[in-house]
Design a protein around this ligand. Structure first.
Ligand SMILES: [Zn+2]
Ligand SMILES: [Zn+2]
Length: 198
């Protein structure tokens, strides 16, 4: 039977990942609204600013680590290089103990370098999310308008339906300040301000 109660949350089970195809962001060049979007053909994320049309390079950096033994003398070589721009399959290291140079296969940990400091960013170019506003000690943020709408629906709901038990819906992992009933009115006002932000 269809539920006609508008205060019931009917957003359905969603995870945060279902909102990550598009990020509404602030263009770091002109400060206007821009987008980071997944190209459905290549699967790569692309930056688009409809105001200044300038490009943005991916800002992925890696921490390179080697923690292996020298094949000549057994000395343990430990190397950590932060902010490496490209992955390579091996690097040459000279053993400080026996002075022999050997090839080592490093491991990499990737992270995106934020363009701006402090705000919530998307994880591909490091640009700041457009839809974010301070809320007390917290920040209310959304990746895109669909995500914001989903939050609004959630906050508006007085009753919450249990979702399918084998799913972990996004709402169950929301921060406490969004779940708190006493914040409902001020949250809706903040969501409204974000919706209208130009
Ligand atoms: Zn721009
Ligand atoms: Zn050695």
């Amino acid at each position: 039977m269809e539920d006609k109660n508008p205060s019931r949350f009917t957003g359905g089970p969603r995870t945060i990942y279902s909102f990550t195809n598009t990020f509404v962001v602030e263009c770091p060049h002109c400060r206007n609204r821009a987008e980071v979007r997944k190209n459905s053909v290549s699967g790569q994320y692309e930056f688009h600013c409809y105001a200044c049309h300038r490009c943005l390079a991916q800002r992925m950096l890696y921490t390179l680590s080697v923690n292996q033994y020298c094949p000549d003398c057994g000395y343990r070589l430990k190397v950590n290089l932060p902010a490496v721009k490209q992955k390579t399959s091996f690097i040459r290291l000279t053993c400080p103990d026996c002075d022999h140079t050997n090839k080592f296969t490093p491991t990499y940990e990737g992270c995106v370098l934020p363009i701006a400091q402090g705000g919530e960013i998307e994880p591909h170019f490091g640009t700041e999310l457009w839809l974010q506003v301070p809320f007390g000690a917290d920040t209310l943020w959304a990746y895109n308008y669909e995500h914001l709408q989903h939050l609004k629906q959630y906050v508006q709901a007085k009753l919450r339906q249990r979702q399918a038990p084998d799913f972990s819906p996004m709402v169950e992992r929301l921060p406490t300040f969004i779940k708190s009933a006493k914040n409902r009115d001020s949250l809706l006002a903040a969501i409204e301000r974000l919706t209208l932000k130009k």
